[in-house]
Each structure stands twice: as structure tokens, then as C-alpha cells.
Ligand binder design. Structure first.
Ligand code: ZN
Length: 572
């Protein structure tokens, strides 16, 4: 066994042709682990090459069969790199005829190549050969086959058979294992299969993305030949609302298309039976609402929303939707978890939390309603050639005084190294001292990340507390927060800033961009007030690229208004 591993390593790293440094694609990874799109083409991880050691050369000379296996794997790797199907098929024919063991990875690579070019029949032959010879299939190979079958081959049922086989074999499924089959079913109008598989995926705790949700919404409007479906439409729309902050064009068309299709058919009774049977809560209630006789409906694409939050299409006032206290607590818990991953920070963090409780809670924190990320303000546009190594204390001061001037109560968060009297340039020691005396300053202890302190303080304070920073918070450590919660929170609280011209007092004017009075997210009934107090069903979908909205309005005078946000959010 040890011998085999040596050869495998050699095969993966062997020099190619006349160029001694050209890498050979390794077989290991037929799909990138980090591939974000479940439908992206398979990719190789490219390794650098290693020279053959004398020991390997000796081994090769003494074991011609191993040398041949290695050579086949190498040539297959090259064929895959060059998308050379004829050569790959010729190699496979030899492998079959002479029963050469190119290993699971060799076969997996072959399948990845063939399915990329939708050579389903050929890929299936490799699969059959692998099974006969009892080579194990990887999750990535299953994904290649399932994707080719479900999407290119339009055989989602066959793909789902493979998925079942994969699960039975104990391989862990991922989004990419389900996604192509759900989309494949949806494209063919096979609504029941699509949703049954979607439910299985959710049961595995796998979160869908916009791709699957849009496919499911589309199949609900009868695209692909099915019926217009009510229950599943509203349920999927609620999932979209929950998971996607700014939907793309595909989602707009799927939602608009569904309402238009219903209007076109005048068929509002679809789904009535299910809705009646299952009582009157949540999505069922919405479904029941949807079959009220002949409502008036408008679908408007590309409307705008003014500064007061009024939709130019229907006059609805969009709302500011804050995180529920539950979601906010969850966010704080996660931040705390990340901070306390290093137990050495425990005591300081506990002190910070006690301080944060303020006079009302036995802590010493002053009242504040605006948290300033001091380092971000202090380093803003400070990356020019002769910039000083320290933060720009004047910029920080301008921003602090700007908010004081607005009647706000700022809390300036700065890391200890920026306010340590041994480090602050002499000219600014007095300024820093003033901040301390005015109780504006929260000093982040050494060995701590100031990001967590300003973030936690702002979430803790809740309400309409503002966070002043141009940091888009996309770093890896922010990525560890639940994005559906964090992005919603950020949209409501972040204030961007820049500086204008110099003013009489010597400082520069501060320009700020505060969050809109309404949330830029999908707003449905229960999260928007219709003009004139009508009980309407309004849907507003923002767009990812610009400030345009999709506005859908269903007027049903006298109908009971449905709630739609699943407890994630609350009105502020
Ligand atoms: Zn509207």
C-alpha cells in the first residue's frame, strides 16, 4: 500500500513534456471545495511540480506495471487539462481492454471531463466500469453526473436515483448535490418532484440560494407545463424574503410572472382546496386570501421609492424593518463566541459587557446613540505617500463634533494603541484627553479586535443606534456571522461618511449618508401600510443593481391582512 501512495504522488507532480515546471492537473479534486455556485463548471486545483526523486525512479524501473498506471494517469490528466475528449476516450478504451488500474481518482477525473461536455453516454460507461471493478465514487463525481443528467440530459429522475445511491453510500450531500436536480425538475414543470426534493434538502439543514428559489417560483406559475400553484408559491416567496436581501432580475420575473399568469387565467380558485383543508394560519392563510374572488391586481416593474419611503407605483409606504430582539441576540452571541475563541480575552470582554449596561444596568457606559469606528474614520484617505503612520486625529474629531452638532450622543471606539499616551503624537494628547473627560471614548484593550467592540456595542444598544464606518464588513471574520441577519442589520444601521471643504473653524465639513427611512429588502403584506388604509396585499422587491423596485399590488377590500415575515423581523 505504501508503494502505491508513492506512485500516486509522483503521478500528480511529475514534470510535463519539455517544460520542467508545467504543472499536471491533479486528480483529487474534480470540483472545487469552495465553489460558490452549484452549477459552476468543475475546476482543478493546480499543484506545482516536484522533480522525481532517485528513489521514485528506482521504483519505477523495478515495477513496470506501476509505471504504466502512472503513465495512464498522467496522460489522462493532460487530456483533461486540454479538454481532449478523443484522447481521453482512447485511454479509457485501453484501460478497459487491458484492465489497467488508474484508481478512483483517475476515473473520477474522466467523468468530470466527459460530463463537462455532456458526453453522458460515455460518462455512464465509465461509471459502469467503476461499479463493476468496485472503485468508489466521490461526492464530486456524483455531482458531475447528476448535474449533467438533470440539466443537460433533462433526466432529473435518473439524477435523483444517483443522489439516493450517493446518500445510501454515506456521502454527505451539499447544496450542489440537490441544486441541479431541483432546477432540472422545475425546468420541466415537475412541481411535485421539485418541491419534494427541496423539502428533503431543507431536512438536511442545507440552505437554498436564489438559484433554486427562482426555479421553484417559476414552476409555480406553470412554467414547463404544470398548473399555477398557490401554496408553494407563497411559501417559496417567504423563503426568498428570508434569505435574499436584494433579489436579481430572475426573481423579479418569477414573482411578476406568477401574478400576471394568475390574472391572465382569471383563475383565483387554484389552491382553494388545500387552503380550506389546512385551516387558517401563516402561509395557508395567505393562500386562502389569494382565492378571494376577482381582486384587482397591478404589476409594475421599475418603480422608485422616494425619501419618505412612498412607492411611486402604488403609494404604499415602505417600512423600516429592524431585526427582532431574538435575531439581535443571536448576532451578539455569535460575535461573543468569536471573541471568546481566545480564552485570554474573557476577563476584558466581561468588563466591557458590564460597562456597556450603563447606569441603568449598573455599568458605567454613557448614553450613546451613534457609534463611531474611530480607526476607520482616522485612516480614511490616509494611504497617500507621506501619510503619517498614526490615525488622523483631526478627522476623528470632525466626525465626533459633527454628530454632537446634530444633537447625537456619539461613542467613539478606538483601540488602545491609538490613545495610549506613550504613542499619541504630542499635539493630540490634549484632544484625546478631552474625549476621555467628555466620556465619549471606548478604549479597546490590547490583543483585541476593535471591530467586535463597535459591532457589539451598536447591536447591544439596539433601536436606531447608528454605526459610522465606511468598512463594508466583508472580511472573513464578518463572513462568520449569519449573513441573512447581519446584512439586514447593517443595512439599517451603517452610516457612510466623507469629507467636504474646509470650514471657518478650520475643520472640514462632514458629509454623511444615513440609512433610508425604509428597509431595502423584500417587503410583503404585514410589512407595508397601503395608502388610505386599505387591506391590500402588496409586494415590493428591490433590485440588486439599482434603486428600482418591482411593485405588485392586489386589492382586496375587506379581506384580513396576512402577516408574512415569519418572526425574523419586527417593525420599528
Ligand atoms: Zn408599490
Amino acid at each position: 500500500m505504501a508503494l502505491k501512495r508513492v506512485y500516486k504522488a509522483a503521478a500528480l507532480n511529475e514534470d510535463v513534456g519539455s517544460n520542467p515546471s508545467a504543472p499536471v492537473p491533479p486528480f483529487q479534486s474534480t470540483l472545487s471545495e469552495s465553489s460558490s455556485s452549484p452549477n459552476a463548471p468543475p475546476q482543478d486545483h493546480k499543484n506545482g511540480s516536484l522533480r522525481q526523486t532517485k528513489r521514485m525512479k528506482r521504483l519505477l524501473a523495478s515495477d513496470p506495471a506501476a509505471a504504466e498506471r502512472m503513465d495512464y494517469r498522467r496522460r489522462l490528466g493532460l487530456a483533461r487539462r486540454d479538454d481532449d475528449i478523443p484522447t481521453a476516450l482512447q485511454l479509457f478504451a485501453d484501460v478497459q481492454a487491458r484492465d489497467i488500474d488508474i484508481g478512483s481518482e483517475g476515473f473520477n477525473a474522466l467523468i468530470a471531463l466527459l460530463t463537462t461536455f455532456e458526453r453522458l453516454e460515455d460518462a455512464d460507461k465509465v461509471l459502469t466500469h467503476m461499479r463493476r471493478k468496485q472503485f468508489s465514487l466521490t461526492e464530486a463525481t456524483y455531482v458531475c453526473m447528476m448535474r449533467a443528467l438533470a440539466l443537460g440530459g433533462r433526466q432529473p429522475e435518473a439524477a435523483e436515483d444517483l443522489l439516493r445511491e450517493m446518500l445510501a453510500g454515506g456521502l454527505r450531500p451539499r447544496l450542489r448535490s440537490y441544486s441541479p436536480i431541483i432546477v432540472g425538475y422545475a425546468e420541466q414543470g415537475k412541481l411535485e418532484n421539485a418541491f419534494a426534493l427541496y423539502d428533503k434538502m431543507l431536512a438536511q439543514d442545507i440552505e437554498p440560494t436564489e438559484t433554486e428559489l427562482v426555479a421553484l417560483l417559476r414552476v409555480c406559475s406553470g412554467e414547463g407545463g404544470g398548473n399555477v400553484e398557490v401554496d408553494n408559491f407563497y411559501r417559496t416567496l417567504a423563503d426568498l424574503q428570508d434569505l435574499v436581501l436584494e433579489p436579481g432580475e430572475g426573481a423579479w420575473e418569477a414573482v411578476a410572472g406568477w401574478f400576471e399568469k394568475r390574472r391572465e387565467r382569471g383563475d383565483w380558485a387554484v389552491g382553494h382546496d388545500q387552503a380550506a383543508k389546512s385551516g387558517g394560519r401563516g402561509k395557508d392563510r395567505k393562500a386562502a386570501l389569494a382565492q378571494t374572488p376577482s381582486p384587482e391586481m397591478s404589476v409594475r416593474r421599475g418603480v422608485v421609492v422616494d425619501e419618505a419611503g412612498v412607492c411611486s407605483g402604488c403609494g404604499t409606504v415602505l417600512e423600516s424593518i429592524q431585526l427582532s430582539s431574538e435575531a439581535a441576540n443571536e448576532l451578539m452571541t455569535k460575535v461573543e463566541e468569536l471573541v471568546l475563541a481566545d480564552r485570554a480575552r474573557e476577563a476584558e470582554w466581561a468588563r466591557f459587557k458590564a460597562w456597556l449596561r450603563g447606569p441603568g444596568g449598573g455599568g458605567r457606559a454613557p448614553e450613546f446613540d451613534t457609534v463611531i469606528d474611530g480607526a476607520n474614520v482616522g485612516y480614511f484617505q490616509m494611504n497617500y505617500a507621506q501619510a503619517p503612520p498614526h490615525v488622523n486625529y483631526e478627522q476623528i474629531s470632525w466626525v465626533v463634533e459633527h454628530f454632537v452638532g446634530m444633537g447625537k450622543k456619539p461613542l467613539l471606539v478606538l483601540h488602545a494603541r491609538h490613545v495610549d499616551s506613550r504613542r499619541v503624537p504630542p499635539g493630540y494628547i490634549a484632544l484625546v484627553q478631552k474625549w476621555r473627560e467628555r466620556q465619549l471614548l471606548l478604549v479597546v484593550p490590547y490583543r483585541n479586535n476593535d471591530d467586535w467592540f463597535w459591532l457589539f456595542a451598536t447591536v447591544f444598544k439596539g433601536g436606531r443606534t447608528l454605526l459610522v464606518t465606511n468598512d463594508e464588513m466583508r472580511d472573513h471574520h464578518f463572513q462568520m456571522l449569519s449573513q441573512r441577519t447581519f446584512l439586514r442589520w447593517k443595512e439599517r444601521h451603517q452610516v457612510h461618511f466623507s469629507f467636504g471643504g474646509y470650514e471657518k473653524g478650520g475643520g472640514r465639513s462632514v458629509l454623511i449618508q444615513v440609512p433610508a427611512v425604509y428597509s431595502k429588502c423584500i417587503q410583503g403584506p404585514g410589512s407595508g401600510k397601503a395608502a388610505g388604509g386599505r387591506e391590500d396585499e402588496n409586494w415590493h422587491l428591490p433590485s440588486a443593481g439599482d434603486d428600482k423596485w418591482l411593485c405588485v399590488q392586489v386589492r382586496r377590500e375587506g379581506a384580513t391582512r396576512a402577516q408574512s415575515d415569519g418572526g425574523m423581523t419586527e417593525k420599528s
